[in-house]
Design a protein around this ligand. Structure first.
Ligand code: CO
Length: 331
């Protein structure tokens, strides 16, 4: 709980740099309205208002103190990945963002832990940027859950993941670029049903597409939002693998055999949902996440973990910090 001195590490938060340049070419840009208010713009359309908690280390640290959070992974806001750009152009965008992320985290004395973005559409450029970021102080990388029609079992993406594993950089997978349609564009359907479905699809791609079979056990990979719909529907997937192997049994092992290969974050809001994650994936595979500072995130951070009576003290400590330390490679 806040104030009890326990170590608490949040692996899912985002930043937007206040001072980032308008890069043109239809790229999202930031309209700064005042010192305390800005608007993420896509063309002439207002996408999302942001406040200093998106870029100001002091504001973030004060919120972390209020919520009892010791350290926080600071990842890109997926809208800015630039995967649709030519590789060289996206590599330049990534360099600008990644260097600004270091500036944002710098005053925190190690409490804010920067994660990089990479031009995932260009495998060589993505590996080069990851190498550069590792040297410059990033602790890991956040990737989108797909690059256009290429999913996480795509050869280029698997090569990138192999590289991340080989240099010991953890990978956080975030859904983004959700399908749109008149039905999905109502309310926040792309966030409320699209994001969990996208993440579920990506875990399926890693399993059924044979990505886990091609990747080393040493890869540390974590999926956002509790892994989307995956844990709830693992039984359906397992049944399909056995009963319709003619169509889907492309992995060497049944889907349930891969649950130890990846982690998910804890931002599922309800203790019953967190319990499902722990029962299905194991307490060692669930890591505190919040989605701070955005409105669909959890505040106070870690509430659902603190409220979950079903967790043993051992499992609660693992979710609050031990699993994050392993994921991040912290001592
Ligand atoms: Co997020």
């Amino acid at each position: 709980m806040p104030g009890d001195g326990a170590v608490v590490i949040d692996v899912h938060s985002h930043y937007v740099p206040a001072g980032w340049p308008d890069l043109g070419e239809g790229q999202p840009w930031l309209r700064v309205d005042s010192e305390r208010e800005a608007m993420i713009m896509v063309g002439a359309t207002e996408f999302r208002p942001v406040r200093p908690n998106a870029w100001d280390a002091g504001v973030r640290l004060a919120d972390m103190d209020d919520d009892g959070v010791t350290r926080q992974v600071v990842s890109p806001t997926p809208l800015f990945f630039g995967y649709e750009l030519p590789g060289a152009r996206a590599a330049k965008v990534a360099r600008i963002f990644n260097d600004l992320a270091l500036e944002i985290c710098q005053p925190s004395q190690g409490r804010l832990l920067p994660f990089a973005q990479v031009p995932l559409q260009d495998t060589d450029a993505a590996c080069r940027e990851l190498d550069r970021c590792r040297e410059s102080g990033h602790l890991g990388v956040e990737i989108g859950n797909h690059v256009g029609d290429r999913d996480l079992d795509d050869e280029g993406v698997v090569t990138f993941l192999q590289h991340a594993a080989s240099i010991g950089m953890p990978v956080f997978v975030h859904p983004w670029d959700m399908p749109t349609s008149p039905r999905l564009d109502r309310w926040m359907a792309r966030w409320l049903t699209g994001m969990p479905a996208e993440t579920h699809l990506s875990v399926l791609a890693m399993i059924l597409g044979g990505a886990f079979d091609r990747l080393p056990d040493s890869l540390r990979i974590c999926f956002a939002h509790g892994g989307g719909s995956f844990a709830f529907w693992l039984g359906r997937l397992e049944n399909a693998w056995h009963r319709r192997g003619d169509l889907i049994a492309k992995s060497q092992l049944p889907p349930s055999a891969y649950v130890g290969r990846f982690s998910v974050d804890s931002v599922v809001f309800e203790p019953s949902a967190l319990r499902l994650l722990v029962d299905t994936l194991g307490a060692s595979q669930v890591i505190l996440g919040s989605d701070y500072p955005y409105p669909l995130g959890e505040r106070p951070v870690g509430q659902v973990v603190h409220r979950s009576d079903s967790l043993s003290d051992h499992d609660r400590a693992a979710i609050l910090h031990g699993n994050a330390e392993r994921f991040l490679g912290l001592p």
